[in-house]
Design a protein around this ligand. Sequence first.
Ligand code: DLL
Length: 433
Amino acid sequence: MYCWDQEKECMSREQLEKLQLRRLKETVYKVYAFVPAYKEKMDRAGIRPDDIKTLEDLQKLPFTTKQDLRNNYPFNLFAIPLSDVVRIHSSSGTTGKPTVVGYSRNDIEIWAELMARALTSAGASRHSVIQNAYGYGLFTGGLGVHYGAEKIGASVIPTSGGNTKRQVLLMKDFGTTILTCTPSYALYMYEVMQEMGIEPSDLKLKAGIFGAEPWSENMRKEIENKLEIDAYDIYGLSEIIGPGVAIECRCKSGLHIAEDHFIPEIIDPETGQILEDGAQGELVITAITKEAMPLIRYRTRDLTILNRTRCECGRTHARIQKVLGRSDDMVIIRGVNVFPSTVESVLLDIPGVEPHYLLIVDRKNNLDELEVQVEVSESIFSDEIRKLEELGNLITKELEGNLGVGVKVRLVEPKALERSEGKAKRVIDKRKI
Ligand code: DLL
């Protein structure tokens, strides 16, 4: 068993729920007393902190949304004075004001603990050489992973994102055993490795801990085969703490959510109703140990499934299924919901297709149109036109069959689509422009 903190990660359900309830109550008292926005919301809903007597009572509390963070920009959701805040992160977002999160010294310590758990769960130890290619800065990826990696005593190479040739060079020369970055960046690194004439067998790389964007099971296979490593999925969001909210274990059948710090719920995104375990819906998280910025029932917009059955690894914390994507990333084409990760999954089942694609949505004559640009392998691209046409037709058929909507497929030459050093952009929606 590879556990960082066996006592906490494997505690009985009963113990865990007792702990959750105590921490939930404390948090609710705290936000009611110190964060006017929470007090107002709870007063409006007619709920007092004393009303939280069981874990089920959590459902009585109002949701918190990204809009609440924007309305309270920058620091009005902080539950402690700024003088006790030791770090501020922020995520840019595509529209409106950035999202701001604050951390107390203790929050940073907990985050490092959670990242230490996460890295250990993916097989890291003090003997690992961890190359951390998540961006350092306002983005939580770089510093979040960094503190956890130092905590377990690994040797950390803080490359941050970018300068890909140097990444590859250092990976080889420093004997990196674990790579941490977005899955799309891992693939890009592989391409640059190829251009530099470096093979996976020239490296000591054993595993990758990839997250910050959705990636399909097929993408995992692709990365594992190309880089000859084990690829683990890590999930998190700045609002809650950053990376380390949930992580896969060796079983790779769902991501364990650190339930001693976060209470997960799954709701129907339309009605807000709680859904049963096993049903797909929006993940809602309550952070029950954060000092600087606890969030109550935060609507992540991420779609997944909650599984509370016991995992073979021995950890008792509930698992979430690989996140399908954010409801905001979903594009609705003539009423049909399309997730880029579904497109990815279909594409990667087709031989000759490269794991680089882009969805372009437009509206012509009041009708939505979806174009999927797909890179094909070098050998196919230089083959006869007829073969390319056949492949195009096959991709169209598969996508249309799986998505249930008409698709225009455009095959593009290898390396035609922009590569990403961080979160990949998978959709261009021209309808909004
Ligand atoms: O992306 C934190 C992070 C850093 C997670 C490094 C993992 C590794 P944000 O920039 O606030 O924080 O973006 C959070 O990214 O709500 C999801 O929509 C998406 N996301 C994060 N991890 C995954 C994942 C970081 N493993 C948003 N699978 C979240 C799918 C993910 N989506």
